[in-house]
Design a protein around this ligand. Structure first.
Ligand code: BG6
Length: 498
């Protein structure tokens, strides 16, 4: 098979359809969605008959939209730009300017969709992508829902994060969506689930016989999950001020990583079976109390040698903002597999470097028959899933240092994606857009999962009302506030060294 197509196989060709992107002038469309569509086009993975309609408030015509998207693909695409490939993708690309504040916009869009359907034989199939802020969701969902009864083909809706702001708003959004769409037509995106290395956690656990017997409280001392970013808020102050790290990363990406790490083996890889197991983990999850959660906000500092401002100095951020840009927590999964095994998680912006890892630290060997001094460089076995960058898996083991005597040191057995597969890693959005076109919801979050995630977050945020940490409490370019280290030191442990 052509290495370009390995992984995203040609056998997965979706039905003809139109993709309607709401929020077409936004960052996500430029940086992620359009480059992903182009990458799918390069690999001939898009449906045989396919059209794209961009919808946004700003006035523009089809040509201006195509021009803008072309620049975005050139800038953010992972493949070499080719005019012929682009022209093919852009030939059925249209634009509608509307904010849905009146019926005219809805009518214009509907007319265009019918026209495209007739022209390109799209079978009446529609995939709607809501890449707009949550305030715009209700109007759009209702506008789409009302017209469903006339439709001939399938209709599916992808909803970008954040999915609500708390449990209550997420519930109302779920109810609204469910008035018009069935659960298997709703695709709540958490793009971490589209990452190859995140899916590899499932392969690692369930395609290998050796890990599962030791993947439990008897053998695992604790788990550490790190989602560290060196970037700041990238001009997204208005969103970030109301979200903070807990809603931006913890509520979704972090909890999904944890659920995949802790879940029971599903009986098969259907959307229902996988999500049933994940939701059980989320239901069993709790923090032992407010002392087990640490929050932080970055001050000035140096990231990769460059001086950067404090969070409170970023444009659009309140000078006395109490928004957290860092969260660390100790969590427990109350079930037979994991009872009493801490899951330490941390995530933050402006940390020393970009790193997403899941580290399973095993218990020490019960009785090393060596003298203490010979094994002083020896640490417990750790299995590390490197989600990004340096995608791969490594296992820390003790090995004999060559030479006289018996000195033991920790070394790493590494599997690196780049070395093993020699193929570029697909972007998460390529996989997810294709899956939604195929109607496969396995890598999307189900209504009950999102609600369980909010239940935990709401409880943590409520506990925060009782105190007011002195922000900023960590310098940019470090690994977070000292209180995050203390969280582990209290248990006689420490964060993994980098
Ligand atoms: C997004 C968050 O969901 O994920 C951003 O809103 C964050 O704040 C981004 O930077 C990280 O994604 P990735 O794929 O670069 O790890």
């Amino acid at each position: 098979m052509n290495p370009l197509e390995e992984g995203l196989s040609l056998r997965r060709k979706p039905d003809s359809c139109v993709l309607v992107i709401f929020g077409a002038s936004g960052d996500l469309t430029h940086k992620k969605l359009m480059p992903a569509l182009y990458a799918l086009m390069v690999r001939r993975l898009l449906p045989e008959h396919f059209a794209i309609v961009g919808v946004a408030r700003s006035e523009a015509d089809d040509d201006a939209f195509r021009g803008d998207m072309k620049e975005a693909v050139k800038k953010y695409g992972r493949d070499e730009f080719r005019d012929d490939t682009w022209d093919e993708l852009a030939s059925n690309m249209r634009y509608v300017a509307t904010d849905f504040s009146d019926q005219t916009g809805e009518d214009k869009l509907e007319q265009l969709l019918e026209e495209l359907d007739g022209q390109h034989k799209l079978g009446g199939n529609r995939l709607y992508y809501l890449a707009v802020p949550p305030v715009a969701h209700p109007t759009i969902v209702e506008a789409l829902g009302k017209r469903r009864s006339h439709a001939t083909g399938w209709a599916r809706v992808i909803v970008e994060k954040p999915f609500g702001h708390d449990l209550e708003s997420a519930r109302s959004l779920n109810e609204l969506l469910q008035q018009y769409f069935t659960e298997d037509e709703i695709f709540r995106i958490d793009h971490y689930l589209g990452k190859e290395t995140v899916q590899n956690m499932l392969a690692l656990r369930f395609a290998n016989g050796i890990f599962e017997p030791i993947w439990n409280r008897q053998f695992v001392d604790h788990v550490q999950i790190t989602v560290a970013e060196s970037i700041g808020i990238e001009g997204r102050a208005s969103f970030y001020e109301s979200a903070g790290a807990i809603r931006d990363i913890f509520q979704n990406h972090m909890l999904q990583l944890l659920a995949l790490t802790a879940m029971e083996p599903p009986i098969d890889f259907t959307a229902e079976s996988v999500r049933n197991e994940k939701v059980k983990v989320l239901r069993a999850l709790h923090t032992p109390g407010p002392k087990s959660v640490v929050r932080g906000q970055y001050g000035r500092g140096y990231v990769e040698g460059v001086e950067v401002p404090a969070y409170r100095e970023e444009e659009g951020v309140a000078r006395d903002s109490m928004t957290e840009t860092y969260v660390a927590a100790k969590l427990f999964v109350d079930n037979w597999r994991w009872a009493d095994t801490p899951f330490y998680v941390r995530m933050g912006k402006r940390l020393a470097r970009r790193e997403t890892t899941i580290a399973i630290q095993f218990k020490r060997a019960p009785h090393p028959p060596f003298e203490e001094t010979t094994a002083e460089g020896l640490r417990p076995n750790v299995l590390i899933v490197h989600v990004q960058p340096d995608e791969g898996v490594s296992l820390a083991i003790g090995a004999k240092v060559p030479g006289q005597g018996m000195r033991i040191r920790t070394v790493h057995m590494d599997f690196l994606y780049g070395g093993a597969f020699r193929t570029g890693m697909p972007e998460a959005y390529e996989r997810l857009i294709l899956d939604a076109m195929l109607g496969d919801g396995t890598l999307f979050t189900r209504a009950d999962e999102v609600e369980e995630q909010w239940l935990l977050v709401d409880a943590m945020v409520a506990a925060w009302q009782r105190d007011r940490p002195a922000f900023p409490n960590y310098a940019s370019g470090t690994w977070g506030p000292p209180s995050a280290d203390e969280l582990l030191h209290r248990d006689g442990r420490s964060w993994r060294r980098h």
